[in-house]
Design a protein around this ligand. Structure first.
Ligand code: C2E
Ligand code: CA
Ligand code: CA
Ligand code: CA
Length: 274
């Protein structure tokens, strides 16, 4: 028995070391890519249903893995957050996405660009001032920028976060509540939050066809949002059947593989300009 557990511990340690090595590798590549400008920002178009056109896009970070592929954005962000470099990474993505919007937005017919914010970016001293300065430095109009923050972050630090978000909104930016419909959601507080847009999480979107209750929840969210003057985006729409059900719910915007995957700026320009 003792032998067996020794063996297990050895395997466990090996795995742990491997994880630590991989993380160190990602972190090293991340710092390097931020420094030399090879960290990429990709864009996923968002369809405005009533026009049948892409009117918005979300910026998503892409770190090359050195083998022709990319590390998962989720892993990259969580590592950046745990190692105190998410502010630097966030500034990089924000600047790049705003500059892209300024240069290409009109030509591509994209009216708004969504940029994700991490909790650390939101809770710094003078967060709003810093973010506004960066956005303005690119020359882009603030009303073409949407800042996306997850529902869990907003709710956990509602007082501080609200002040920052209010300043950003007053300057013209829109705020989107990301990953809505998982766990934290309460429809009651929707009217009191400093947000303009709700993004329905993929985990809810993917249940609407199989679970009637979840479709009802989606419809309720759409109705509540409309009463409160909020715009709703459904994320993670992958099939025509999902697209149809969602269109029938009265929801305005769809983001998902059904229409388009995230793509590099070059690809986006190729696929959108007519
Ligand atoms: P998110 O903000 O919820 O972004 C949407 C994610 O869903 C993206 O994953 C996108 O590629 C994926 N997605 C979109 N449509 C579909 C679909 O139809 N099916 C499926 N299966 N997935 C779909 P991605 O790019 O891997 O990003 C993962 C998360 O990493 C993001 O989730 C966001 O939380 C975070 N993230 C990405 N870029 C940044 C960034 O620049 N800053 C910060 N703070 N977080 C970021
Ligand atoms: Ca997002
Ligand atoms: Ca999301
Ligand atoms: Ca998500």
């Amino acid at each position: 028995f003792a032998k067996e557990s020794d063996q297990l511990i050895a395997i466990y340690n090996e795995r742990l070391e491997e994880i630590i090595r991989t993380e160190a590798d990602i972190l090293r590549r991340m710092k390097e890519a931020i420094g030399n400008g090879t960290l990429e920002v990709w864009y996923q178009p968002i369809m405005l249903l009533e026009e049948g056109r892409y009117r918005a896009a979300e910026a998503l970070v892409r770190l090359p893995d050195g083998k022709g592929g990319y590390f998962s954005a989720g892993q990259v962000i969580s590592l950046a957050e745990r190692n105190g470099i998410v502010e630097e990474l966030g500034d990089y993505v924000l600047t790049k996405a705003c500059a892209f919007m300024k240069e290409q937005g009109d030509r591509l017919g994209v009216q708004r660009i969504g940029i994700n914010l991490s909790v650390q970016q939101l809770l710094l001293d003078n967060s709003a001032g810093h973010l506004l300065e960066l956005i303005r430095s690119t020359g882009v109009d603030l009303n073409r920028i949407t800042l996306e923050i997850t529902e869990s972050i907003l709710i956990q630090s509602i007082d501080r976060a609200s002040k920052t978000l209010e300043k950003l909104r007053q300057a013209g930016a829109h705020i989107a509540l990301d990953d809505f419909g998982v766990g934290y959601s309460s429809l009651n507080y929707l009217s009191n939050l400093p947000v303009d847009i709700i993004k329905i999480d993929r985990s809810l979107t993917q249940q609407i066809l199989t679970q009637p209750k979840q479709y009802k929840l989606l419809k309720t969210i759409v109705d509540m949002a409309s009463i409160n003057g909020l715009v709703v985006v459904a994320e993670g729409v992958e099939t025509e059947a999902e697209q149809k059900a969602i269109a029938a719910s009265g929801l305005q915007y769809i983001q998902g593989y059904y229409y388009a995957r995230p793509m590099s700026d070059e690809k986006l320009m190729q696929s959108l300009q007519d």
